[in-house]
Structure formats: structure tokens, C-alpha cells
Design a protein around this ligand. Structure first.
Ligand SMILES: Cc1cc2nc3c(=O)[nH]c(=O)nc-3n(C[C@H](O)[C@H](O)[C@H](O)COP(=O)(O)OP(=O)(O)OC[C@H]3O[C@@H](n4cnc5c(N)ncnc54)[C@H](O)[C@@H]3O)c2cc1C
Length: 315
């Protein structure tokens, strides 16, 4: 635990922070930076890895294109703390709404509690990833999940797409933006609207995928191995197997989910359906990009600050 929390933080929940931010990825850190610059007493928790820990570089973040994810976050943490924000590495294990003006956060096994007038959820998503040997060795270097992030890097290359279900065809079609050399791997699963793939002239392989092989020293994928049949030589693989929310805090708090995508519904101020609880980043229904997450964090902070001002005026 950060020693500054011992000086500044309550152990009993009697002292109220203005805001507790759960998550220190691009969304949480951007919010924390703005809140610190508004001179709000803000406590930010992070635990385990951010979503893009396997990425070799963050693409498309204006002014920081290609920066390593860890470096972007380290710079962000420095910027927050140099403005007086507190960042603590600890696992938030539970949250509780005591009122619309009072939220409680529990951390670690010892169940220490911290209280705040606003809560920002910026806990991100977890990707469902292929379960086959070789995946980790190439993930982030030549195996990707996000066409917006890494599509440009596969221009005119030979690409395998591992996807199934309703999204497989749309996901594959999007990748045709950058290359015509695509083979969709269904791994024995059903896919919807398969006829469209024929119209788009996309090859399909149905056999079970058993391994990814290539040059592990550079992270360069070279082929996909199947349970039967010839290996598929390729330069890259994109997968789309779904995501899940990293925590279930929204359920405890009663935050509504967007019925279409199953992520946290927020209004134009980034407030969830529960007053005083805000959300930003990948857990909300917008493009899942670092720069979007950072922008949402900034928006959340602006509106959290304003909402605290509104309450202060009423007192
Ligand atoms: C392999 C890969 C490559 C990518 N490449 C790009 C790219 O090139 N360009 C781009 O724009 N985007 C890219 N992305 C997407 C980008 O990483 C996400 O959009 C971005 O990280 C979302 O930020 P976030 O703050 O919402 O969540 P995250 O970055 O996932 O951060 C979540 C935070 O919540 C914390 N947390 C979670 N649970 C708890 C808990 N119980 N207690 C305390 N803390 C908790 C975590 O510690 C973390 O700090 C990539 C993603 C992946 C997986």
C-alpha cells in the first residue's frame, strides 16, 4: 500500500474523498488527472494489468502513436501524482452505495474501506482469447483483436481471422479495408450470413485450430495448425471471440446495461443510471480505443467536478 494513503486516507470510512476512481488505465488516469487539476481529493485504485498489456505499441493515440502501453500509463500516473492525486495499487473487492452522495469502496482481503461522494468505474474489459498453444507468444505482435488499432499494420498481408457467431462476417468484412488475402477460421463453430463471405470472395476453413507457430523471438506468426488438413501460412491473425466486464461492481450498484452491447449505459455526462456513479472507457458502449477511453475519463471528471459544485452551492 502506498504510504501516502496512510497519511491522507481514512481507514474507517469517516473521511470523504470527492471521488474514488477504480481503474488506472487511460480512462481512469485521464479522469484522475483532471480531477486533481480541479483540486478535488481523488483516490485512484488499480490492480492487475490493463487490457492492452500484451500490445507492443498503442496505435492511433495522437501525439503518442506507437508508445508502449506501460510507458503511456507510467507517464499518466506521474502526471496525476505530480498534481496531488493519489494512486494506490490495491484490488477493490467490493463497492457499496450508502446514499447518492456517499459511496464506499472495500479493498484487499483485510476489507479496508474508503469513502467518497462520487464513484468512477473505469475497470475495463477482459478479452476472451483463443485457447491454443502459441497464442501468448504472438499476441500483440502479429495476433490482434482490434482492427481499428492494428488493421493498418496488415495492409496487403495474408491474414487469418478466428471468429464465429453473429459478428464473424462483419468483423471479417471490416478487415477487407486493408487486405483481400483473408481466410476465416470458424474452428468448427457456426457463423451467421455465411453466403456473404462467398460474395466477398473470402476463404473459409472449418477444422479445429490446434496451434499457432512462427518466430517466437520476434513474435512473428507464420502459420496456423489445424487438427487435420494443411497448415495455413499467414502473416497475422485477428480474433473476435467476445469480451467480458472486468468486475461486477455495476451489478452491486444496480447500474443499467446497454441492451444492445451489454456494457454500462451512461448519459452524456458519463453518469450511469445510478446517481453519483460514473463510468468511462471500455466498459461503456463506445469504440474501445485508448484515446476514446482517455477522452471519456476527461468528460467524466468535468461532470463529476460540476456535480460536486452544484451540491456545494445547495449547502
Ligand atoms: C492487445 C491489445 C492491443 C490494443 N491496442 C490498442 C491500440 O493500438 N490503440 C488503441 O487506441 N487501443 C488499443 N487497445 C485498446 C485499449 O487498450 C483500451 O481501449 C484501453 O486500455 C481502455 O482503457 P480503460 O481505461 O477503459 O481500461 P483498461 O486499460 O483495461 O484499464 C482498466 C483498469 O482497471 C483496473 N482494475 C480492474 N479491476 C480492478 C479492481 N477490482 N480493483 C482495482 N483496479 C481494477 C486495472 O488495474 C486497470 O488499471 C488494445 C487492446 C488490447 C487488448
Amino acid at each position: 500500500m502506498n504510504s501516502s494513503i496512510e497519511k491522507h486516507g481514512p481507514a474507517s470510512g469517516r473521511d470523504l474523498y470527492d471521488c474514488i476512481v477504480i481503474g488506472a488505465g487511460p480512462a481512469g488516469l485521464s479522469a484522475s488527472l483532471f480531477l486533481a487539476r480541479y483540486l478535488r481529493r481523488t483516490l485512484t485504485f488499480h490492480h492487475n494489468s490493463p487490457r492492452n498489456e500484451y500490445a507492443h505499441g498503442v496505435h492511433g493515440f495522437l501525439g503518442h502513436h506507437g508508445i508502449r502501453p506501460n510507458e503511456l500509463l507510467a507517464r499518466g500516473r506521474d502526471e496525476v501524482t505530480s498534481h496531488g492525486g493519489l494512486i494506490v495499487e490495491a484490488c477493490v473487492t467490493a463497492v457499496e452505495a450508502l446514499s447518492a452522495e456517499h459511496f464506499r469502496v472495500f479493498i484487499g482481503d483485510d476489507k479496508r474501506v474508503f469513502d467518497a461522494r462520487r464513484l468512477l468505474l473505469a475497470t475495463g474489459l477482459r478479452d476472451l482469447t483463443p485457447n491454443c498453444p502459441g497464442f501468448r507468444e504472438f499476441y500483440g505482435a502479429s495476433v490482434f483483436h482490434c482492427p481499428d488499432c492494428d488493421g493498418y499494420e496488415i495492409r496487403d498481408k495474408h491474414v487469418a481471422v478466428l471468429a464465429h457467431g453473429n459478428n464473424a462476417v462483419g468483423f471479417t468484412e471490416n478487415l477487407l479495408t486493408w487486405t483481400r488475402h483473408i481466410t476465416l477460421l470458424t474452428d468448427q463453430h457456426e457463423i451467421s450470413n455465411r453466403a456473404k463471405l462467398d460474395a466477398l470472395d473470402v476463404a473459409v476453413r472449418n477444422e479445429p485450430v490446434v496451434a499457432l507457430e512462427g518466430d517466437t523471438s520476434t513474435g512473428q506468426l507464420q502459420r496456423v495448425m489445424f487438427a487435420e488438413g494443411e497448415a495455413l501460412e499467414c502473416d497475422a491473425l485477428f480474433f473476435n471471440l467476445g469480451t467480458e466486464l472486468a468486475t461486477d461492481f455495476h451489478e452491486t450498484l444496480g447500474c443499467r446495461l446497454d441492451p444492445e452491447c451489454g456494457l454500462l449505459w451512461v448519459d452524456e455526462t458519463q453518469q450511469t443510471s445510478i446517481k453519483g456513479v460514473y463510468a468511462a472507457g471500455d466498459i461503456t458502449p463506445h469504440s474501445q480505443l485508448a484515446v476514446v477511453a482517455a477522452a471519456e475519463g476527461a468528460m467524466a471528471a468535468i461532470h463529476i467536478h460540476r456535480s460536486l459544485n452544484d451540491v456545494s452551492k445547495q449547502l
